[in-house]
Ligand binder design. Structure first.
Ligand code: ATP
Ligand code: MG
Length: 218
């Protein structure tokens, strides 16, 4: 948990790291559909960055969230990317990432981590997930490769029990203020013309209005 964890983060997370080896950048990979992005995502990203001493946290916008396919109409990836970009503008160390959009096809975190490591071989990848997603990792593609390559940061999610640590992963738990909100709930509110003020950052709300997203859609 964060309190205990913050004291010895570098001791617990560090590996090897002989004195002559310059440590690579610590990169947080926080994937999502972000349909739309909301403050739960942003608090998770900024608190993870601070607690784990990450150089950057990438909000990786899924191109095709394959686990949501067929369950509902997903907003076009470019529009979701614009919302995330608007939401994080000016937030230090937190970036909108379009790697999965540019790669095309279904979005698998294992491919994203591999691509990042090719671009920056010294990078230390930290995959950030909420507690609901942590319970589903066994269904992910190429999960054995991913498990060996990353530290998994499991963020508490309001309304979701903490669950067990997924077996075999190097897990760091992060407690954040419980924010019992979801994109699903916010899509409903937007479709009903209700307020999403303070739950979605103002620049992203402007983006939603400009693109006329969610109006009348459930
Ligand atoms: P949806 O209702 O459409 O599934 P969502 O709010 O769960 O939307 P996603 O884009 O599915 O958002 O989630 C991206 C990541 O953010 C996941 O790892 C998820 O667990 C995490 N997350 C989402 N909302 C919160 C929250 N309120 N607190 C902590 N983590 C969250
Ligand atoms: Mg979700």
């Amino acid at each position: 948990m964060l309190g205990a964890y913050a004291r010895d983060v570098h001791a617990t997370v560090g590996e090897g790291g002989g004195e002559s080896v310059a440590p690579g950048p610590r990169i947080g990979i926080f994937g999502g559909t972000f349909d739309p992005v909301h403050v739960g995502h942003l608090v998770a990203a900024t608190w993870a960055r601070e607690a784990l001493g990450l150089d950057r946290v990438l909000l990786v916008v899924a191109n095709e969230p394959w686990q949501k396919a067929g369950t509902r109409a997903v907003t076009p990836a470019e529009d979701r990317f614009l919302m995330v970009q608007a939401a994080v503008a000016g937030v230090t160390g937190v970036e909108a990432c379009r790697m999965e959009i540019d790669r095309g096809g279904p979005s698998y975190t294992a491919d994203t981590v591999r691509e990042l490591r090719v671009a920056t071989p010294t990078a230390r990848p930290f995959v950030i997930v909420g507690a609901d997603v942590a319970a589903e990792l066994a269904t992910w593609q190429q999960v054995d490769e991913l498990r060996k390559a990353v530290t998994l940061v499991v963020v508490d999610r309001g309304g979701v029990g903490p669950g067990e640590d997924p077996p075999g992963w190097h897990v760091e738990r992060l407690r954040i203020p419980a924010l019992d909100i979801s994109s699903s709930q916010l899509r409903d509110r937007l479709a009903q013309g209700r307020s999403v003020d303070f739950l979605i950052p103002e620049p992203a709300i402007r983006c939603i209005r400009q693109l006329n997203l969610y109006a009348g859609r459930r």
